[in-house]
Design a protein around this ligand. Structure first.
Ligand SMILES: Cc1cc2nc3c(=O)[nH]c(=O)nc-3n(C[C@H](O)[C@H](O)[C@H](O)COP(=O)(O)OP(=O)(O)OC[C@H]3O[C@@H](n4cnc5c(N)ncnc54)[C@H](O)[C@@H]3O)c2cc1C
Length: 371
């Protein structure tokens, strides 16, 4: 039997951040993942500077042999409407490839990693978990993403969750092949009802195109319409194409998942933490992983629900309390939402201050810095 201080189920950004912080404090951690790394994850691969700061990422080292695309501008608009280009005097985000980023973070964490190892058995007795019949620990961290088995164990993940469903493809440009999208200026185009948006993002020699929508009804039709719009606008050449892959996630404000249970913490997509307006999930995954580690360290080897409860308070202090009812936007008539959306997206000032700085860059919230 392998004894350790915490078992982390899932080695994505949430799980690896938690493992990294625990290992830095000298704790024994085992990370299980059903995949073998490097593995890919359906994702546009856009990270904000707050992620780089919270992870203390050495960008000079990271960019050696890996994609790391500074972003200094955005082209935005409504699907079918006029574009607005917003430029910044410095890099306000970065483009990465998840197959590289997640692998790098997991290796750097310095934890014992068990690849190709799905969670197969979970048993708790006398305050100790036995995982897969071979690892014991007082604390279990559910970091298995949207379909996390630990979240299911806590009663999350049932039918009827208010998901965002998305489809995308990521392809390398052929030698000599061009794409009009500027690498430092990703393009974001919003649906008229503001319930979805699509993107086309060039990261050095790689193009990532996708569309995500709250609820996901008739997603394929929305994706097809968006692709058609990009081709007609000549933003995406016919030759740049790939097999669409789908995935889902929950938005923090409406996710019905618990954060804490007896001996368990959920982090990242397992807890449903993505930002509501942008769907950015890597920053919440990393921050929740670090806050979970902080809670585990302060619990000093105890894993009772009361010992882990401070994690919920830390998440609420960071991301706000989950509202109990429908948000304000959900109460507005759809015609009004469409009118407001069109006005915001047509205005250069509102696009910069509201859509980009506030919704997409979360510039008002400094990077997480823990002692
Ligand atoms: C189309 C799309 C585009 C997106 N674009 C962006 C973006 O550009 N920027 C951004 O910030 N966010 C983006 N997101 C959200 C972001 O991808 C997620 O929020 C983020 O990956 C969450 O990280 P995580 O570590 O919680 O989960 P994941 O990255 O999903 O990692 C979970 C890990 O758990 C493992 N696992 C799953 N089940 C088991 C099991 N049974 N046993 C063991 N291991 C298991 C998986 O193999 C995986 O490695 C996007 C999401 C989608 C769907």
């Amino acid at each position: 039997m392998r004894r350790c201080d915490a078992v982390v189920v899932g080695g994505g950004p949430a799980g690896s951040s938690c493992a990294w912080a625990l290992r830095r404090a000298g704790r024994e951690v085992v990370v299980l993942d059903r995949a073998s790394f490097p593995r890919d994850k359906v994702c546009a691969g856009w990270i904000t500077p707050a992620v780089v700061a919270a992870l203390e990422l050495d960008t000079e080292e990271y960019r050696r042999g890996r994609t790391f695309q500074p972003i200094t501008a955005f082209r935005t608009g409504r699907i079918g409407g006029r574009d607005v280009v917003t430029r910044y005097p410095r890099a306000v985000s970065f483009g990465i490839r998840r197959c590289e980023f997640d692998h790098y973070l997991l290796c750097r964490a310095g934890a014992e990693v068990r690849p190709a190892t799905p969670l197969a058995g979970l048993h708790r007795a006398d305050g100790v978990w036995t995982v897969n019949g071979e690892i014991t620990a007082p604390v279990l961290v559910g970091a298995g993403g949207h379909f996390c088995p630990v979240a299911r164990h806590l009663g999350g993940g049932g039918a009827g969750e208010p998901v965002v469903a998305a489809q995308e493809f990521e392809v390398a440009l052929e030698p000599g092949e061009d794409c009009p999208v500027e690498p430092e200026a990703p393009e974001l185009y919003f649906a008229g009802d503001l319930k979805g948006y699509g993107w086309v993002f060039r990261k050095q020699g790689v193009v990532n195109v996708g569309y995500g929508r709250v609820g996901g009804e008739r997603l394929s039709a929305h994706v097809a319409r968006f692709m058609d719009f990009l081709r007609r606008r000549e933003r995406l050449p016919e030759s740049v194409t790939g097999r669409l892959k789908g995935h889902a996630y929950l938005l923090y404000e409406t996710a019905p998942r618990p954060l804490v249970g007896d001996g368990v913490l959920l982090v990242g997509d397992a807890a449903g933490l993505a930002y509501a307006q942008s769907g950015e999930g890597i920053r919440p995954a990393v921050e929740s992983g670090l806050l979970a580690a902080q809670t585990i360290l302060q619990a000093r080897g105890r894993g009772g629900a009361a010992d882990l409860e401070p994690y919920r308070r830390r998440i609420e202090a960071r991301f706000g309390r989950r509202p109990s009812g429908r948000g304000f936007a959900g109460l507005l008539p759809s015609r009004l939402v469409e009118g407001l959306g069109a006005a915001v997206l047509a205005s250069r000032w509102l696009t910069r201050r509201v859509v980009l700085d506030r919704w997409f860059l979360h510039a008002h919230q400094p990077a997480l810095s823990l002692p």
